[in-house]
Ligand binder design. Sequence first.
Ligand SMILES: Nc1nc2c(c(=O)[nH]1)N(C=O)[C@@H](CNc1ccc(C(=O)N[C@@H](CCC(=O)O)C(=O)O)cc1)CN2
Ligand SMILES: Nc1ncnc2c1ncn2[C@@H]1O[C@H](COP(=O)(O)OP(=O)(O)OP(=O)(O)O)[C@@H](O)[C@H]1O
Length: 203
Amino acid sequence: MPAPEALPALRRRLRAARRALAGAERARRDAAIVRALAVSAPFRYARRIALYLAHDGEPDLAGLLRRAWAAGKLCCLPVLAPPPRGGLLFAPFGPDTTLVRNRFGIPEPAHVAAVPAASLDLVLAPLVGFDPAGHRLGMGGGFYDRALAFLRRDRLRSRPRVIGVAYACQEVPALPARPWDVPLHGVVTEQGLRLFPCAGERP
Ligand SMILES: Nc1nc2c(c(=O)[nH]1)N(C=O)[C@@H](CNc1ccc(C(=O)N[C@@H](CCC(=O)O)C(=O)O)cc1)CN2
Ligand SMILES: Nc1ncnc2c1ncn2[C@@H]1O[C@H](COP(=O)(O)OP(=O)(O)OP(=O)(O)O)[C@@H](O)[C@H]1O
């Protein structure tokens, strides 16, 4: 288990690993991730989905977005909430939605009619690293952990399902469990969708 001070170095290494994928190999892995999600029960049964626009080498879910739109699902993107509250909101995203870049350079809907996170069926969460116990390492802002904190307080809630999206090279043997972590229900990589035992069943 890495010491807490090792996390910044781990983040750098895993971000570099996902950025290093290029060209046809990246496209092949993205297509495999999209295929695995498209046929999955959590995606097929979801009517309201949060996904993300790929940044910093993240898997590109554009293919899934098109399928979700075609199937009439409500698709949302994460939006950084304005100060002083900050945090993360989820805003509807359709083919005609105007996007503006946030302070990290990631495009997000310009006009936000936030959709409550608790009303989403599925959150596809970008991540920097994950481990086989379903711990997630993000970019370090704590945005997803705070936006989904209600899941940690109410373990019997069945939605939203939170599925991390990553390349297999982002898996590490163990991440430190931190008290604010919202456990992932599953992770999808180019090797397929893996669902973890539900939080209530964990030892
Ligand atoms: N595609 C995508 N959208 C997302 C996230 C994400 O991880 N991926 N987020 C998930 O939380 C939120 C944004 N969080 C982010 C946190 C840090 C950095 C980042 O690049 N930090 C730089 C320092 C930049 C600066 O301070 O100006 C870095 O670490 O190099 C980017 C996004 C909301 N939207
Ligand atoms: N539920 C919460 N309430 C208050 N603060 C929180 C909560 N969750 C996380 N934080 C704060 O956010 C900071 C960053 O958390 P962490 O390093 O876990 O981010 P991350 O999950 O890697 O990033 P992200 O979710 O943005 O991709 C932590 O220092 C923590 O104090």
